[in-house]
Design a protein around this ligand. Structure first.
Ligand code: ATP
Ligand code: MG
Length: 234
């Protein structure tokens, strides 16, 4: 059988704060096929964001491995990992990570500049910002946007380069149900049209059902994995 698109094997990560140790991940293994839309749910503190950082190559595991599209993170230099991230991964961070001095348009376009794609495809930019209801907010800086608007700018930034994989940490965390639907539909559409692999972390059981499959985490471990939630029946 061919290798899965993402393979996480026995990931462990402990944080040290002075003498206190927090075991955030205690042996997490799973695989995701190319083009799958997988959601990860679990209580606060169960290790979801820690997993997100490891899968995106943003931090290193204490042990275990991540292979993404054939690249074993542990075998890449820091520069190679950075390059791989820029080329392949779109990130939606739980805390948005927008640049405060740039307006919404520039916060989205900076992703294109960093990837070396110049200003990319303007019609795709227009389509994404329209679908996410941002067209009238493009000149606003993050401080002049609501939390939900910032979250949608962060999603537009993640999708603008048409990455092969999208990692989204609570992309609907600050949204009402209408905007939450817009974000989830956008992710689903992007997944289906571009064959993107999507891994979305969420607290919201409704949002989790947008995926093909749900992974449940608790206390740094996977406790349950479900196939085929209800959306396929719609
Ligand atoms: N940088 C850090 N330093 C120390 N401990 C941390 C750090 N980041 C996370 N932790 C701890 O690791 C555990 C897992 O945190 P993580 O952020 O992965 O959880 P989460 O499932 O994303 O939670 P939430 O749903 O609240 O976002 C928690 O107990 C948290 O306090
Ligand atoms: Mg988190």
């Amino acid at each position: 059988m061919s290798q899965a698109f993402i393979e996480a094997d026995n990931l462990r990560k402990t944080y040290h704060i002075g003498k206190i140790e927090v075991e955030a991940l205690r042996g997490v293994s799973f695989s995701v096929q190319r083009g799958e839309f997988v959601t990860v749910v679990g209580p606060s503190g169960s290790g979801k964001s820690t997993l997100f950082y490891l899968l995106g190559g943003l931090t290193r595991a204490d042990s275990g491995s991540v292979i993404l599209d054939g690249d074993d993170f542990a075998k890449l230099s820091d520069a190679e990992r950075t390059n791989m991230r820029k080329r392949k991964i779109g990130f939606v961070f739980q805390k948005f990570n927008l640049l405060p001095t740039l307006d919404a348009r520039s916060n989205i376009q900076i992703a294109q500049e960093i990837s070396g794609d110049g200003h990319g495809d303007p019609s795709f930019f227009n389509r994404i910002t329209e679908l996410l209801g941002l067209t009238k907010r493009l000149k606003h800086r993050p401080a002049e946007l609501s939390g939900g608007e910032q979250q949608r700018v962060a999603l537009a930034r993640a999708l603008i380069n048409k990455p092969v994989v999208v990692l989204a940490d609570e992309p609907t965390g600050n949204l009402d149900s209408k905007n939450s639907d817009a974000v989830l539909s956008m992710l689903r559409q992007s997944n289906q049209e571009l064959g993107q692999t999507v891994l979305m972390i969420t607290h919201n059981p409704e949002a989790a059902r947008y995926g093909d499959r749900i992974i449940h985490m608790r206390d740094g471990q996977i406790v349950r994995a479900e196939q085929d939630p209800q959306w396929r029946e719609q």
